[in-house]
Design a protein around this ligand. Structure first.
Ligand code: MLT
Length: 384
């Protein structure tokens, strides 16, 4: 009944985990959910107010424009200038997305012909590889190893594969490993992309969730990046707006045009009231970001202390709301996650769900309050 491209897809990781949580709750287990990266903190009130007002205006009830409202795109360009020191032309270097996941998935359709190679980091956010499969492309997995600080080793990619590769997905600050990079790394990527004529699709949704003085660079801030690719970003994690489905892509106008062409055929743009709320988020008071970061920093430190006193080794990340933690060597990442859920009610994401190089790790997210994290640590200590 289903198309082959569907049957060759693995089940979507977080849908699968949702199922496990549901089953555990049915059994009466008090679940502490440290799996998905979905902020539990509320969207700032001025943003909620903006959507309420905009929803009452009938002119927002009609089809939005395909590129997104120019006022939204101008707000994005101004935000990039302010936060990332990147100049963008709002007219053709910014495209509104119905969440960055949508844009990421559709880009595979814009650039991959049947059998074209996409370079996919492993481990990675599952959408890069799955969208490649859906678009009949071939994912070539580029290992992110601890020895290489979870960065791709460009030299080690087979020359023939590099020749065939059409696109490369990247994501720093990184999900799931929480690895961070400096601008010099993006420069290497730009040189690599130009030498091999590869389109870079950089996903940057955690750009504002940084700690201890670290500032995450934008890929677009590097010389030559605008020739080499585009960057996805989202209001989801920065402004606690995962449910609103609003994001954007910025950068090379020709690449954005390809993505736009796919989108005009499969969606009809983001609800204007949500874009207006997005403008309020991007241009309004930014103090909420600092509060978020402080909250996640506190939770990070509580969880790190708790995991360490339970005997686990943990690196302190400089960004994201994830901890990437090695599992005891007698366990696979799936078995460890299953055990944790059954014995403690704590849900984490098995590393192998992000790719085979994720084996040996689990990902903890910091999207529950400090009290629940403390409770999770107590249970873990008993379990370990
Ligand atoms: C995650 O947990 O990896 C993210 O929340 C998934 C997403 O951003 O779609």
């Amino acid at each position: 009944m289903y198309a082959k491209r569907i049957s060759s897809l693995p089940p979507y990781l977080f849908a699968e985990i949702d199922e496990r949580k549901r089953e555990a709750r049915k059994k009466g287990i008090d679940v502490i959910d440290l799996s998905i990266g979905d902020p539990d903190l509320p969207t700032p009130p001025h943003v909620v107010e903006a959507v309420c007002n905009a929803a009452k205006d009938p002119s927002n009830h009609r089809y939005p424009s395909y590129d997104g409202m120019l006022t939204f795109r101008k707000a994005v360009a101004a935000w990039y200038k302010r936060k990332k020191h990147v100049s963008l032309d709002a007219e053709d270097e910014v495209l509104t997305l119905i969440g960055s996941k949508e844009g990421i998935a559709h880009s595979a359709f814009a650039f991959l012909n049947h059998g074209d190679v996409a370079l996919i980091p492993d481990p990675a956010y599952p959408v890069y590889g799955n969208a490649t499969i859906l678009a009949n492309g071939i994912p070539h997995l580029v290992p992110l190893t601890e020895e290489n600080e979870f960065k791709p080793n460009l030299e080690s990619i087979d020359k023939e594969v590099t020749r065939k590769a059409k696109i490369m997905f990247l994501n720093y600050p990184n999900n799931p490993t929480a690895a961070t990079v400096e601008k010099s790394f993006f420069k290497e990527i730009v040189d690599f992309a130009r030498e091999h004529d590869i389109i870079i699709l950089h996903d940057n949704p955690y750009s504002e969730l940084t700690f201890d003085g670290y500032e995450a660079p934008s890929f677009m801030a590097v010389d030559g990046a605008k020739e080499a690719g585009i960057e996805f970003n989202s209001l989801s994690k920065t402004y606690n707006m995962t449910g609103w489905r609003i994001g954007f892509a910025v950068g090379n106008p020709e690449i954005l045009k390809g993505l736009r062409l796919v989108k005009t055929n499969v969606d009809s743009g983001a609800f204007q009231a949500v874009q207006i709320a997005g403008i309020a988020a991007l241009t309004g008071p930014q103090g909420g970001i600092k509060t978020n970061v402080e909250t996640y920093r506190e939770r990070r430190d509580i969880l790190i202390d708790g995991l360490r006193s339970a005997g686990m080794e943990v690196r302190k990340p400089r960004a994201t709301f994830y901890l990437w933690v090695e599992v005891p060597s007698t366990f696979s990442s799936i078995r460890f996650s299953m055990f944790l859920l059954e014995r403690t009610g704590v849900v984490v994401t098995p590393g192998v769900g992000f790719g085979e190089n994720g084996e040996g790790f689990v990902r903890f997210s910091l999207c529950v309050n400090a009290e629940r994290i403390k409770e999770a640590c107590e249970r873990l200590k008993l379990f370990m």
